[in-house]
Design a binder for this molecule. Structure first.
Ligand SMILES: [Zn+2]
Length: 112
């Protein structure tokens, strides 16, 4: 797979052009990214997450977890598994359906 990706990048003259290569793969595949990231899977969900995952998967096979706000020492790192802008009942329904848990984050509790 990696050789196929590198071949496509070279074929389109996008070697070293990370964002252009990612855009090409997004257009070809119609998806953002697919990957398995062992450390990323250890990060819990919050609808008011303090981080977000950013992928540049195709060209670098990397995933960055970026802080969305100041994180104090000892605070749990969280990301949102779903669209945080959805109403609370839709967020909770999606989390139940796709991730099999009920969210009890502060945002959900304050909106219920
Ligand atoms: Zn929540």
């Amino acid at each position: 797979m990696r050789k196929a990706v590198e071949g496509l990048i070279a074929q389109h003259g996008l070697a070293g052009k990370m964002h252009e290569a990612d855009e090409m793969f997004r257009q070809l595949c119609g998806i953002e990214a697919i990957g398995l990231f062992a450390l990323h899977t250890c990060i819990n969900h919050s609808c008011d997450s303090n981080c977000e995952a950013q992928t540049y998967c195709y060209s670098t096979a990397a995933l960055d977890v970026v802080a969305l706000r100041t994180i104090v020492a000892g605070e749990e790192i969280t990301i949102s598994y779903i669209d945080k802008k959805l109403p609370v009942f839709q967020r909770r329904a999606r989390l139940r359906r796709h991730y099999l848990f009920d969210c009890h984050c502060g945002k959900c509790l304050s909106e219920m």
